[in-house]
Design a protein around this ligand. Sequence first.
Ligand code: CP
Length: 314
Amino acid sequence: MHWTKKDLLGLEYLSKEEIELILETAASFKEVSRRSIKKVPALRGQTVVNLFYEPSTRTRVSFEVAAKRLSADVINISAQESSVRKGETLIDTGRNIQALKADIIVIRHSASGAANILARNVEISVINAGDGWHEHPTQALLDIFTLKEKFGHIQGLKVSIVGDIAHSRVARSNIWGLNKLGASVTVCAPKMLIPPGIEEMAVKVTYDIEEALKDADAVNVLRMQFERDEQKAFPSQIDYFKHFGITQERLEKAKKDIIVMHPGPINRGVEISSEVADSLNSVILEQVTNGIAVRMAVLYLVSQTKERKDEDTD
Ligand code: CP
């Protein structure tokens, strides 16, 4: 099948086949990363702009490495250092980046829906690098890619997502993607951090960490986003760790080969113990490495849509 979308805005909007195409393309790009010269000419002559309105380490660097491995030119814009500080709107910023002849904008923004709004207002491709509580599609894709590498399949896997579900774009994108590929998803958090109506996304809900870990093939541990928790839904980090922290003691009651994932940044001693984060069950740094191949695949596929459109209009 061909990729036909201009943008990547969320896994909600992708079919099972489109997700599988990204994963297959990522697998071939992972092979490129094993070569001594880790570069291909796929995006030579194209410009990728990383437009980040929120802090990021993994996603921004990973998109930059991915774009450079595809031979694209990369420009990084941090909102704090741009004309956004002078009151420029998101749409005007996007249209100016387009006028500067960029080909792809990778955007991170604190507002849910920001990537969708930008995509509707520019002709160039937009990739969502995380928008508010909405979606973080490339994070979920790299999580799913890592699961597929470990287990060989996604269909039938039991994946528990533990932590601040209410404020988590990573949880939402994982739920969309894993469900479409046939995994069974359980979410686990204190009651006030489970958003109302989450069951409509076809997930099981539990407030009991032991139950969430019991039969799971993988646990995806989320950061407690105390900075977004305006209502102070959970009293303290110490209490959270006591009741929901992923510890070695809790892991010993789970499947022996359970894999432990985390999108980062991790808060040691809050949602996960150092012992678990650094254990053999942990694939946290493998996820980061896989992010490069997944983002190469996404950049490549959206660039192919433009190329086909240009051929059609010639
Ligand atoms: N996982 C993730 O989005 O990390 P960053 O915030 O560092 O990009």
